[in-house]
Design a protein around this ligand. Structure first.
Ligand SMILES: [Zn+2]
Length: 828
């Protein structure tokens, strides 16, 4: 701990009057971000990290930060989100210099600095928070402001810098980072990886992984790529490897053509990491993926194949949209996400000619966007952000699902050619720099007579979704926007409805082409007609997009109508499923069916339909020839089965005594079967889980299972102890494991005993936001609440919100979003 001289304290106090940067608050405030952007330039980091074997010994580091300062009117603020014991020495050319450690910042007074070029050396102990350390590997995940948890830097996206990394690792470890490997040397039993200096990149994109990793290099279409992975199942690797390389090559080539800009970052590698927090993360030159998103089990459904192609195209698109041109401040994070999704859709579609892409877009975006947009906690696409430490809370369905819908509307208004022309100008103008949404709007507005800025103000800058009823104007059926939460707000969008004259009069099927965004009210006559004529040979009733759009309308209506009967909806879905053969529509209906089953039916409602539903799913599982659909039916069956016969079937599938033709069960499926059995048949829990552990070959899956098992224990005391253990940060390190365990802990069958975990789970939320990754607060809430539908559970939420009137708005919104379904279930 450093003691300040009185003089320094006075200096700091005096300076604080002039410059807010002298006593910076925790995180990176918007003001600090602005000040540093104006004052600091030409940043280079040369970083050396010495990584020991194992996960607990400390990682020491040395780094040199070189930069230009435009003025000396304020102290220099570096971000280092650890405690002061992590700083070993701070030096400038001549020797050690004084610094203060304030609110997770290293503050250096102007007298130690030069106007113009500066070079500062820091010896430190790296913080572990974002290093995801396991015994024999680790990987970074620095988005959005987590680089500063590892080493000192200017951790904001608009201060792009060049990074030169050197890693000392245990011998036998591999290492990968953004820069190409320049040299690998050895020193006293350790490997030393020297990486080339990167192009200018934002701090959240700097990354490395090291450890016992397999690797494979391939040349595809003139591009050399190296894949790093952990999967031990060689058959699985062999089954997927070529396609994973090919999908990358294809995506990159497509993007080069669309943007007119060659891949900007030199080398291109990717690392597949088990239980990675997201589907992928777009570190330039070193993309990280969730291994299970790329290495698929046998007989993947079309949805899984498409999801894999999409995540690869998404991360590839980020090389241009996000990495080459980066948002200026994280409130525009949605922009890189929407472009990545937008490009991904364009890239993958031609590879799947057998898929109805309009239908896929509809089902992949609209229902998920509505799920948040219909809640009280919804947010606009473009949000306010006062401090980078809250950037993680900006992410969610509105960014990932609604924004692509809105972007498609923009492309429709201005046309695909003008869209591409504008994007090319945008990328070229801001290459290796930063830009805001309004910069793009300015470019587009110059090229079109439409008032795009006004359009953007409604769709991008305000929250919520429009609702429509059917009306009549000049004897024509029209959709009328109703009860908007913001007065005078008009959601400009073209809308199409389908009509049908019947003996009961004219029926209207609003938003029949599925492109309109909002809630489209349907009367019960049209709904019934839709279900009774489902899939009949007809100009509309066998048209997939129409069917999807109506199913989404009907679900939205069910969500909004407290009097709608869950029994009735379930009945309709059970009659309709056998008529459908489109995998996307089947998956959608199975999702709606399972939510209805567990959230909107009570125990007796389920009991009276248990056998009937199981028999239906089992029959469809056996009858369908499509292997992907078979898997979908298997998973739904596994999810709802509870009768003695259903459990017997699960047990026999699990131990291999029962084999369904063409249904291939992966190790993950077997584990999941074992867990469901343990949950539903407590008397066999020990036996089944122990046998499954013994049979599980993959060490990562085995470790995950061992973590999850206490959450499945029939004894409430054991589950209580498990929940208690989650209060300790170190037990929440593997977030994917925690989420899976929460699913069992709060399973509807155990919900009653889990109500007592709800309040402490909410109490933990702020800590979880600080210590976890960006999606963790939402997933924590989702895993906690999705199994609950009782008034007791809803009361806990209401009491919590009442007790915390000043709770941070962005987190309160997450609570409102994730408990919305619970509140709707209770209102019935
Ligand atoms: Zn992304």
């Amino acid at each position: 701990m450093k003691i300040f001289s009185l003089f320094l304290i006075l200096m700091v106090a005096f300076a604080a009057c002039r410059q807010s940067t002298s006593t910076p608050e925790k995180g990176v405030s918007f003001e600090l971000n602005q000040y540093r952007k104006q004052n600091i330039d030409s940043i280079q980091y040369a970083i050396m990290l010495d990584i020991p074997a194992g996960k607990s010994s400390r990682i020491t580091g040395e780094q040199t930060i070189t930069f230009e300062l435009k003025s000396l009117d304020s102290a220099l603020v570096l971000d280092f989100n650890t405690d002061s014991s992590h700083i070993l020495a701070v030096k400038s050319g001549a020797g050690k210099i004084e610094y203060q450690f304030v609110n997770e910042h290293i503050v250096i007074q102007p007298k130690h600095l030069n106007k113009g070029k500066n070079s500062i050396q820091i010896s430190f102990v790296a913080g572990d928070l974002s290093l995801n350390r396991s015994e024999d590997y680790l990987y970074t995940l620095f988005v959005p402001d987590r680089a500063s948890t590892c080493f000192p830097l200017f951790d904001q996206p608009n201060l792009k810098a060049k990074y030169s990394l050197t890693l000392k690792t245990p011998a036998g470890w591999e290492a990968v980072s953004n820069g190409a490997l320049r040299a690998k040397t050895a020193e006293s039993g350790k490997s030393i990886y020297h990486f080339e200096e990167t192009k200018p990149i934002s701090s959240y994109l700097f990354a490395f992984a090291a450890g016992k990793l397999f690797k494979e290099t391939k040349m595809v279409a003139g591009r050399e790529m190296t894949m790093y992975y952990r999967e031990t199942d060689t058959a699985k690797v062999n089954r997927n490897r070529d396609e994973v390389f090919a999908l990358h090559a294809k995506s990159l080539a497509w993007l080069e053509k669309y943007t007119g800009i060659p891949y900007p970052f030199g080398k291109f590698d990717f690392a597949l990491i088990p239980s990675f927090q997201y589907g992928g993360m777009e570190h330039p030159g070193s993309v990280f993926y969730n291994e299970s998103a790329l290495f698929l089990d046998e007989n993947p459904s079309v949805n899984r194949l498409m999801a894999r192609a999409s995540v690869i195209a998404h991360e590839s698109a980020h090389m241009w949209f996000g990495d080459l041109v980066t948002m200026d401040w994280f409130n525009d994070v949605w922009l890189k996400e929407v472009f990545a999704n937008f490009m991904a859709a364009k890239i993958v579609q031609p590879s799947f000619p057998e898929i109805n892409h309009e239908l896929r877009f509809l089902l992949a975006h609209y229902p998920g966007a509505y799920e948040v947009d219909r809640t009280q906690g919804t947010n606009p696409i473009l949000q306010q952000l006062g401090n980078l430490k809250n950037a993680g809370t900006l992410y969610g369905a509105i960014i990932y699902l609604k924004a692509p819908i809105v972007m498609r509307k923009l492309e429709k208004i201005i046309g695909a050619d003008l869209m591409r022309e504008s994007l090319r100008e945008y990328l070229k103008t801001f290459s290796f720099r930063n830009a805001r949404w309004d910069d793009l709007i300015t470019i587009i507005d110059r090229k079109t007579p439409e008032d795009i800025a006004a359009w953007s103000n409604v769709w991008v800058k305000t929250a919520g979704m429009p609702a429509y009823t059917i009306g009549e104007e000049n004897y024509k059926i029209v959709l009328k926007q109703v009860k908007d939460s913001v007065s005078a707000r008009v959601w400009a969008q073209p809308l199409n409805s389908k009509e049908r004259d019947t003996q009961d009069g004219r029926l209207v099927f609003p938003n029949g082409d599925g492109t309109g965004y909002g809630y489209f009210e349907m009367d019960s006559l049209s709904k019934n007609y839709f279900f009774t004529h489902y899939n009949e040979p007809d100009s509309i009733f066998d048209e997939p997009v129409f069917k999807g759009a109506m199913l989404v309308n009907i679900w939205e209506g069910f969500m909004r109508d407290n009097d709608a009967s869950a029994e009735n909806l379930l009945q309709k879905l059970m009659i309709t499923l056998p008529k459908e053969s489109n995998p996307l529509l089947i998956d959608y209906m199975l999702g709606a069916l399972q939510t209805t089953w567990w959230t909107f039916l009570n125990e007796s409602g389920r009991a009276s339909r248990q056998v009937q539903l199981e028999q239906l799913l089992w029959r469809l599982l056996n009858e369908t020839r499509d292997k992907g659909i078979k898997t979908s039916y298997f998973r739904a069956f596994k999810n709802v089965a509870l009768s003695p016969d259903g459990l017997q079937k699960m047990r026999s599938l699990w131990n291999g005594k029962l084999v369904v033709k063409d249904l291939v069960l992966s190790e993950d499926d077997k584990i999941s079967l074992a867990c469901e059995l343990a949950l539903k048949q407590p008397e066999v829990a020990d036996e089944v889980l122990n046998e499954q552990i013994a049979n599980t070959k993959n060490p990562d899956r085995k470790a995950k299972m061992q973590f999850v098992i206490p959450a499945l224990n029939p004894a409430e005391k054991v589950r209580d102890a498990f929940f208690e253990s989650l209060k300790k940060e170190s037990n929440r390190e593997k977030e994917a494991w925690v989420i899976e365990a929460l699913g069992y802990l709060h399973h509807p069958l155990r919900a009653q005993s889990a109500v007592k975990y709800l309040r402490p789970s909410l109490d933990l939320l702020q800590e979880i936001q600080l210590t976890g990754d960006i999606f963790f607060p939402t997933r924590w809430l989702h895993g906690t609440f999705s199994g609950h539908s009782s008034t007791e559970a809803a009361a806990v939420v209401n009491a919590f919100l009442k007790a915390h009137p000043d709770y941070p708005g962005f987190l309160k919104n997450k609570i409102l979003q994730e408990t919305d379904m619970l509140q709707r279930a209770v209102r019935r």
